[in-house]
Design a protein around this ligand. Sequence first.
Ligand code: EPU
Length: 301
Amino acid sequence: MRISGKLATRLKELGVELRQGVALAEHTSLAIGGATDELVLARYETISEVMRLLADENIPHRFLGGGTNVLIADGELRWVVLHLPKTQPGMRIEGNAAYVDASADLGATVTFCAKRDLGGMEGLIGVPGSVGGALRMNAGAYGTQIGPHVREVELYRASKGKTETLRGDEIRFDYRHTSFAPEDIMLRVKLELPSKPYQEILAGIRVCNEKRRASQPLNQKSAGCIFKNPPGGSAGRMIDELGLKGHRVGDAMVSDRHANFFVNAGRASCGDMLKLIDDVRERVHSSYGVELENEVIVWRN
Ligand code: EPU
C-alpha cells in the first residue's frame, strides 16, 4: 500500500516520517514479511489525528511494535504500518514506580529498573520485543508476567478514536492474553516494582539467562514460541515427542533445540511457515487430541 499526494503532505505536517516500500522482513524477528509504506510517528500526541486521517482516506493500517511475535504475509501488502519512534524512549523512576514508553525495549526496561534497585521482572529479561508488545500479550517467562506489575496504561483506544488511561485493575491479564482490543495501541505504562538490591536482581537475571540459553534457539530467527501451551501441558514437549524437531516446509523449520520454536532457516516465506504451523497442529491434534492455539499473531494480506 502506497501513500502519496495530499495525505502524505498532511502526515508530514503532523511530524510523521513516511518511509516508502519498506520490506517488513527487516522489522520482524522471523525475517518474514512483505513490503508496504511505513509511518513513524514523531510524537505520541499526534496519534488520534493520524488515525483520523487514515480513516478518512480509507487507508487500512496496522500497528507494528517490536515485531517479535508476528508472522506477516509476503508480497505487496494491502495496509500501511505504523510505528512509534524507537530511539530514546522515555523511562523514568519515581519511588517504586517506573514510567516507560511502550516503544521501549523490554529487556532494556528490566535492566534500567534493576540498576535503580527495582526488581520483580527478572524472568522477562530475555523476552524479545517492546514493552507495548509485552503489555498486549501479557508476556511472561520463568514464573514472571508483566501484568501484575501494571498500574496504569495510556493507550489509543481504536473503538473510541482517542487516547485513554486505564488503571491496572481495569485490564484483564491472562496467560498470553489481555482484555485490550486488537486495534488498541499501547503508548505508555506505569509499572510498580518491588525494591531489591541490584546485585540480587542481577543474580536472578543470570539464572534466567542461563536457563533460556540452555533450552531455546536464541541465535536463530524465530518468533519465540509459536503455540500457546495448552492448560496443564507443554506444546514443545508434545511436538518433540512426535519426533518433529528439524521437520520443515521449505525453509520454515521446527527448531532442533526447542520444538515450540519455529525458525526461518534460510529464506522462508510466510506461506511456508503457515503450512508448517498447520501441519504440526494437525499432527498434535491427531496424536494427542489437543488443538494448539497460535501464540504468534498472523497478519494476512
Ligand atoms: N520440552 C521438550 N522438548 C522441547 C521443548 C520442551 O521436551 O523441545 C519439555 C521441557 O523439557 C520441559 C517442558 O517441555 O519439561 C517445558 O519446556 P520449557 O521449560 O522450555 O517451557 P515451555 O513451556 O516450552 C514456556 C513459555 C516460554 C518461556 C518458558 C520459560 C509458552 C508457550 N512458552 O515455554 O515463552 O520462555 O516457558 O518460562 O508459554 C514464548 O512465549 O514465546 C516463550 C518462549
